[in-house]
Design a protein around this ligand. Structure first.
Ligand SMILES: O=P(O)(O)OC[C@H](O)CO
Length: 417
């Protein structure tokens, strides 16, 4: 190579490096500014954490009964009652368990169950609970505990099987009752966050048990017992459970969403805590809106993760211009991960509509083909709208230039979070 073109190439490489460093520095500066503003705003104008609730009611789904919770106190009361009434086996898995009054109530109930001879298995995520003192997770030997590791060395070798958090929230008792949904365990979630969880009784509990058992057996320490499945799978198409399992490189929840949106004819109602859909999901929603489907997405106006909010905002123009209606939940965090289509299909689960959940973490979503459950979720959605405001195309177009700049600068992070 002649000396001049070698010089040109090294200049180009230097310019590219500086440009990249400049972009990264700008992203960090924008993110730090947003976090600073958020911290200040939370101090001067804290969220009231008051929101409408929709009473839970028993809804038949084939041979099962489903119940939808929208208030943490009600949910935790029923979960604790189930653990306290356990006779044979409790399987409890939570992404976050706080070291507070509610966390201790669960811990006590689990220990008491083990002490009266019930088999008790507990799984929690090591990374999500790094801020919780390790001593909180000291259980007597009678409780079998699996801490999903905060770090798995395989990720350093880009081994996708070793990636992802255990983001699931499952409780099953005696194979008779099961819970799944958005609620972690903690005092703040009990009263201040609007979330959605599902209780199911009947043969479909097997689905949740099976999900727990597979995870336990895949990740248990050698000295911990292997779990047998109790009962048989029902193959009931009305109530299915989908699991993202990075270890097996399967992520069916994203496909479930795409399939349901693709089939929609009348209406789609989605509630999401962190709404950062990928290109295909955005296109599916816009395509549905353009074929006349009434597409509605409810998100918190201010979530607990300001950067997630701003990554979500980066998609709003495309969605609003495409005819999707966006609703911003007021004065409280809405943490639900639900959707319903055409009054007949519903999902309630742990997966956020973002990259981390849909192609990253261990997740679990119930998919329910039932008009009663869908109708109930539509009522929940309507109640939530009484505490939300619609973001209009004109309001959005008139946002400050600094906001538009921040959205553009942070856009590349959507592929990570
Ligand atoms: O990861 P999620 O959806 O369970 O949400 C957890 C909260 O963001 C805790 O900060």
């Amino acid at each position: 190579m002649p000396p001049r073109s070698r010089r040109q190439r090294s200049t180009a490489v230097r310019v590219a490096k500086w440009a990249l460093a400049g972009v990264l520095a700008t992203q960090v500066a924008v993110a730090a500014t947003l976090m600073g503003i958020n911290r200040w705003r939370r101090r001067v104008r804290p969220q009231r954490g008051v929101f409408p609730r929709t009473p839970a009611e028993g809804l038949p789904v084939g041979d099962n009964e489903a119940m939808v919770y929208t208030y943490g106190v009600d949910l935790y009361d029923d979960m604790l009652a189930a653990i306290r009434g356990a006779r044979h086996r409790v399987l409890f898995e939570s992404y976050i368990i706080k070291d507070d009054r509610v966390g201790h109530e669960f811990k006590r109930a689990l220990i008491d169950a083990a002490e009266r001879g019930v088999e008790v298995y507990v799984i929690y995520d090591g990374f999500a609970n790094l801020v919780v003192p390790r001593s909180f997770f000291d259980f007597p030997a009678s409780v079998h505990v699996l801490r999903y590791p905060a770090f798995r060395p395989g990720v350093l070798l880009f081994n996708i099987r070793k990636s992802g958090r255990d983001h699931r929230k499952i409780l099953t008792v005696d194979g008779e009752v099961g819970f799944v949904g958005g609620y972690n365990v903690g005092l703040m979630y009990a009263t201040e966050w609007r979330d959605t969880h599902l209780k199911v009784t009947g043969p479909a509990v097997w689905e949740l048990e099976n999900a727990f058992v597979d995870f336990w057996n895949m990740n248990r320490a050698a000295e911990r017992p292997e779990l047998d499945n109790l009962g048989d799978a029902e193959w009931d198409a009305r109530f299915r459970v989908h699991r993202n399992v990075p270890e097996l490189i399967i992520y069916p929840i994203r496909a479930m969403f795409l399939e349901a949106i693709d089939r929609a004819k009348e209406r789609i109602l989605i509630t999401q805590a962190y709404f950062i859909p990928d290109r295909e999901l955005v296109n599916a929603l816009v395509t549905a809106a353009q074929r006349g489907v009434d597409v509605n997405v409810l998100v918190p106006e201010r979530s607990n993760h300001i950067i997630a909010d701003w990554l979500a905002r980066g998609q709003y123009s495309h969605l609003l211009d495409g005819g999707v209606r966006l609703w911003l939940y007021q004065d409280a965090m809405v943490h639900a991960k639900t959707a319903t289509v055409d009054g007949r299909w519903s999902t309630i689960g742990t997966a956020n509509m973002d990259r981390l959940s849909l192609t990253g973490n261990y997740e679990i979503n119930a998919e329910i083909f039932d008009e009663g459950v869908a109708k109930h979720l539509e009522t929940v959605f309507d109640n939530d709208l009484s505490n939300a405001r619609e973001l209009t195309v004109s309001e959005w177009a008139g946002r400050p230039v600094a906001a538009k700049f921040s959205e553009i600068v942070l856009a590349p992070w959507r592929g990570i979070l």
